[in-house]
Each structure stands twice: as structure tokens, then as C-alpha cells.
Design a protein around this ligand. Structure first.
Ligand code: HEM
Length: 183
């Protein structure tokens, strides 16, 4: 079978759409707590909607990943780098599915305001208010968010290292119009 040199359109779209939404959520998420309650409810309407979209996209993406072949490790990568990159990539799938699930569970039990994703999905009506449960999932959502931030920064650093230091195809093969040659 011919070697796959770059990602296809589906993988690229899913990658960059999720990246854009998640970066916005990670930057603005921590400020939500400081907003006045009515404003907070409005912003969380969008936050929870985008988060739900990430969950759907990640489940599609996970399935896509398990049913398609992807480009192999670059020729510049040693065994430990290949292993580390695998661990990082699969950690993304796990953390990016857990993050919206923790958010939804928090929203279901929340006592202070209503969480209605995009004004359509009334998560807060799905379970009785429970301050303790809301607190547990609030903490889980916060810790998982911090782990995700570290993972995103590591991933970003690795992409730049490959592109500018190793000068290989690793970043180019995921870029929208990236031109790739066999290395
Ligand atoms: C990938 C998806 C998501 C990301 C990256 C994300 C990110 C974040 C971050 C970073 C925070 C601040 C946490 C802290 O510092 O304590 C936060 C808070 C929150 N998120 Fe999410 N979130 C996502 C999905 C969701 C979903 C799907 C829901 C609900 C359906 C949700 C509901 C909330 C709520 C209620 C808060 C707390 C706001 C407050 O303090 O009142 N999130 N989120």
C-alpha cells in the first residue's frame, strides 16, 4: 500500500475547527466565574453550546481516527519521540471528551443559574439542583481544563520544533494548504 504523506480534508477540518474552539474556551473559560450572574448565564449559553459541539466533533473524530490510516512518524523521529507523540495524541481524545462531559454534569446540577446550550439544550433541567455534585464536577472541569492547556502548549511547541528545528513535514501535513514531499 502507498505511504500516506498527509492528512485528508476531513481530518484537517476536524483538527482546525476543534483547535480554534478549544483555544477560545481555554482562554475565556477561567474568567467566567468573575462575571455578574446574568452576564455569566448569557456567556455560558454560548460556552456550553460550543462545548457540546466539541464533544460531537471529538466523537466523530475519534471514530474517524480508528477507521482510517494516517501518516506515520516522520523519519526525523526516534523511538521515544514516536511514543511520546502517540501518548499526547491519545491524551487529546480522552481529555477533549472528558472536558465537555464534566461541563455537562456540572451544568445539570448547578444551583446558581440555568445552563441552556445555545438557548436550546436545557442541561440544568435534566437533574435536581445539587450543590455538592456541581462542586465536584466544577473542580473536575477546572483540573481537566488545566491539563488540556498544558497539552495544547506542548503540542504547539512540538509542531514548531518539527517545523523550524527538524525541518520535516510534521506541521505541513496538517496545514490547510501544506505541500508535502517524501522525507
Ligand atoms: C471542550 C470543551 C470545553 C472547554 C475547553 C471548557 C473550558 C472551561 C474552562 C477552562 C472553564 C474554567 C474552569 C475553571 O478555571 O475553574 C470552564 C468553566 C465552565 N464550563 Fe466549560 N469547557 C468546555 C465545555 C463545557 C460544556 C459542554 C459545558 C456545559 C454544558 C460547560 C460548562 C461550564 C460551566 C458551567 C463553567 C463554570 C462557569 C462558572 O464558574 O460559573 N463547559 N470551562
Amino acid at each position: 500500500m502507498a505511504e500516506i504523506l498527509k492528512y485528508g480534508a476531513t481530518a484537517k477540518w476536524l483538527h482546525w475547527l476543534v483547535t480554534f474552539i478549544v483555544i477560545v474556551m481555554l482562554i475565556f473559560g477561567p474568567g467566567l466565574e468573575d462575571l455578574p450572574l446574568d452576564e455569566r448565564e448569557q456567556v455560558i449559553m454560548v460556552h456550553s453550546g460550543l462545548g457540546t459541539l466539541v464533544l460531537i466533533l471529538m466523537l466523530i473524530r475519534w471514530r474517524w481516527r480508528l477507521t482510517h490510516d494516517v501518516p506515520g512518524p516522520a523519519g526525523t523521529m526516534g523511538a521515544w519521540q514516536t511514543k511520546l507523540s502517540k501518548i499526547m495524541h491519545w491524551s487529546f481524545y480522552v481529555l477533549l471528551v472528558l472536558q465537555p462531559i464534566f461541563g455537562i454534569l456540572q451544568a445539570m446540577y448547578i444551583t446558581e443559574y440555568e445552563v441552556v446550550a445555545f438557548g436550546q439544550i436545557a442541561y440544568s433541567s435534566m437533574a435536581a439542583d445539587n450543590e455538592q455534585m456541581a462542586r465536584i464536577f466544577h473542580v473536575a472541569h477546572g483540573i481537566n481544563g488545566k491539563l488540556l492547556t498544558v497539552l495544547v502548549l506542548g503540542h504547539f511547541g512540538a509542531a514548531l520544533y518539527h517545523h523550524f528545528w527538524q525541518k520535516d513535514n510534521v506541521l505541513r501535513r496538517m496545514l490547510p494548504f501544506g505541500k508535502v514531499s517524501a522525507d
